[in-house]
Design a protein around this ligand. Sequence first.
Ligand code: SIN
Length: 352
Amino acid sequence: MSKMAAVMESGEDAFKQLFKFYKRRKPPPDFSDVIDFSGKVCTGKVDPIQLSPRAVSDAAASSVGLRPVRDWRAFGLQGFPGFIFISNPFQRGSQPFWIRQCLKTYPQKPNVCNLDMHMSPCDTKDIWERSVHSLSVLTCSSPSAPRRHEKSLLERLRWVTLGYHYNWDTKLYSADNYTPFPADLQSLSQQITLGCGFSDFRPQAGILNYYRSDSSLGIHVDESELDHSRPLLSFCFGQSAVFLLGGKQRQDPPTAMFMHSGDVMVMSGQSRLLYHAVPRIVPSPPGLLTSELQNPPSPPNQQNQNTPTEKSSVLEPVSERDWTVCLGYIQSSRINVTVRQVLGAEQNFPHS
Ligand code: SIN
């Protein structure tokens, strides 16, 4: 019996079955059906995609740490029009900046995080500074060092929201729950969408998810945005994940793919409102993280010696101290950033 036939037999919907299959610990699942875009893709399900290299100058791409668009390895999936997978388009050495932003900068006020739900603003004011000591000790300590018992705030971080802050209870965005969207992430998102052929994407909301090695993200559709004609972007950093992309119905069997550090996904068009989930975090393939991240803290263009015609870089150097903490964190964790346009060009929130 095929794996799919076996999972369909029990009566649960196809998505739930495959989710449970990949989440299972004992015995561990067989990952041989999981598409790995970082290697040679020859599953018969994947098509290379031509992007729009002329829509983004090399300088504009480099200003956010991306390689020239002509060098991006982009793929589509048969049966999923509008879905684009870009296998790590980042320049070597630029991911550390984005990882540092996700861990040190974006969790800061006025952005909102899970810790705000049960802690006072004063206690969540400086998550980074209040965590670095214990995380640096953890990173530098020998295996025989005594284990810490209390988790740092950074280790307890599960999500951060940006821009129009997603309300997890009502599943709504609102005009009065907004803080400025980070300019650097806005610029990165715009270069990605321009390269993919979308000329007027406006990043208005972001959700960062922080995964430990045993975390998962349940089956869902991102439909709270008011305009679904705009793409949704997803950036991954740190450890890898199995990502499941299904159909419009839970009965539609999903496709499994690995997401590695630096990978970017675009869900647009007919693939914008599909069920998806992350059943499992998996260790990054040997060497993949070290080859991408071993030479910080010196992102390309950090000196900002741009000629007048060049776009100035958003990247800043990552200090050795910051990078030690980030590296310790991502050794066992994954960060995902989704960026969304909430409102159409002339659209407003309905009056409540
Ligand atoms: C999401 O669907 O919101 C995040 C998916 C991921 O973590 O890759």
